[in-house]
Design a protein around this ligand. Structure first.
Ligand code: URA
Length: 430
């Protein structure tokens, strides 16, 4: 057991810009998990960390303490290497759905322990739960068996992984302390390292629909996470990718599943296909597999085969049609020109207000709610053409969704005010 400390002394050290000792970090994380340090004391410490930062050494120790608060999974007995991907969250980010079966079809097992959405970004589990019968909660034995048999599993992270983070994340959510790079990096990496993956690819989103609005902050977060992973023996790489506009042409649970199935069938929007392939190549490289081109596995249908087995293994029906919304509302172009802006945050908020997301973690989500985008930035449009279709089961939600889109969609006479942003902005390796 760690030596005893006093919560106030730890808070004061950080409040005054000091560096926390290993013993202080070990004690405060453990004592908070056990309920010995009170929420108000941890809130003060989180705010002091947000304001004064942490050294790399402190972040590394904090992450280790959060990992030590719970269990660690062990995939070393599997017959193939493992690789996982984590996205910091974006609008229309359904990449996990085609990516996990694609990488499995290339011979690497993908243990993707995921969360539900909060706020304007969707959660992978919410999307998959739009498939009739699909089950997110699996025990550790089921996870291992599915990884060996099917090669990919996307399921809820059990409560045993980094319980300190679960408690701290809920507290940060209600105390204005989410946006701290040391706290975000240690939160994400404690769960991923405890999960036991051999290789990890981080998709760090940048832009209006992301946590990190600017490339500089995103790069700092990426570098911090890559260093944490590398130090823990996990081969870790990060891609900084654009989230100024939504990914693909759909935002909303069932709508995104349908789009992912299109990608697995060899179609789908180019940005979703390109990012899926870019992340798949990084995962394969991290796992030491360099003789398979994931584009071939997408084209020959083997990724689709793994998807169908993966859905079935978790009780879902891969042939069931996605639920359809009871009501739709179409937004049309008012003039001829070029779509110069389709803001990720605006579309994410609209989808959320239509019922695709939740305000509190216990809220239900609508499987069919969301936004379909008929044009993307840079496309020419004509007056009266459909730009967006809003989907919901509750028509009283349209008004607030349309408010969210106000100012987020712009058509200009020509493309002089439109600057395309590359999908993959940068790569950060250890
Ligand atoms: N996702 C996490 O898991 N933790 C954070 O702190 C932010 C995003």
């Amino acid at each position: 057991m760690t030596e005893r400390h006093d919560a106030v002394e730890v808070v004061v050290t950080k409040r005054d810009g000091g560096v926390l000792s290993d013993a202080q970090i070990d004690w405060v994380v453990d004592a908070y998990t056990r309920g010995v340090v009170a929420d108000e004391q941890m809130s003060a410490l989180a705010m002091a960390i947000l304001l004064n930062g942490m050294t790399r050494g402190e972040i590394s120790r904090w992450t280790a303490a959060m990992i030590a608060s719970g269990e660690r999974m062990d995939f070393s007995g599997l017959s193939r290497p493992t690789a996982d991907k984590h996205s910091t969250g974006g609008v229309g980010d359904k990449i996990t759905l085609p990516l996990a079966p694609l990488v499995a079809a290339c011979g690497v097992a993908v243990p993707q322990l995921s969360g539900r959405g909060l706020g304007h970004t969707g959660g992978t589990l919410d999307k998959l739960e739009a498939i009739p019968g699909w089950r997110a909660d699996l025990g550790n034995e089921e996870i291992l068996a599915q990884l060996e048999d099917v090669g990919a599993v996307v399921c809820a992270a059990g409560s045993g992984l980094a319980p300190a983070d679960k408690k701290l994340y809920s507290l940060r959510d209600v105390t204005g302390t989410v946006e701290s790079i040391p706290l975000i990096a240690s939160s994400i990496m404690s769960k991923k390292i405890a999960e036991g993956t051999g290789a990890l690819v981080l998709d760090v989103k940048v832009g209006s629909g992301a946590f990190m609005k600017h490339v500089g902050a995103a790069r700092e977060l990426a570098e911090t996470m890559v260093a944490l992973g590398t130090d823990a023996g996990v081969t870790t790489v990060a891609l900084l990718t654009d989230m100024s506009t939504p990914l693909g042409r759909t935002a909303g649970n069932g709508l995104e599943v349908a789009e992912s199935v299109d990608v697995l069938a060899g179609g789908g929007p180019a940005d979703v296909v390109d990012l899926t392939l870019a992340l798949a190549r990084e995962m394969l490289r991290g796992a030491g597999v360099d003789d398979v081109d994931p584009a071939d596995r997408l084209a020959d249908g083997s990724a689709m085969d793994v998807w169908r087995r993966m859905v079935r293994a978790q009780g879902g029906d891969p042939d069931a049609p996605m639920p359809a919304a009871k009501e739709t509302h179409t937004v049309r172009a008012e003039s001829d020109g070029v779509l110069t802006r389709l803001d990720a945050m605006a579309v994410g908020l609209a989808a959320w207000r239509l019922g695709a997301g939740r305000a509190r973690k216990e809220d239900p989500v609508q499987a069919a709610a969301g936004v379909v985008m008929h044009a993307k930035p840079g496309d020419r449009v004509t007056a009266g053409q459909d730009l967006l279709t809003l989907h919901t089961d509750e028509p009283e939600r349209f008004e607030r969704a349309l408010d969210a889109l106000d100012g987020g969609v712009e058509v200009a006479a020509d493309d002089t005010s439109y600057t395309p942003v590359p999908l993959v902005i940068d790569r950060v390796a250890g």
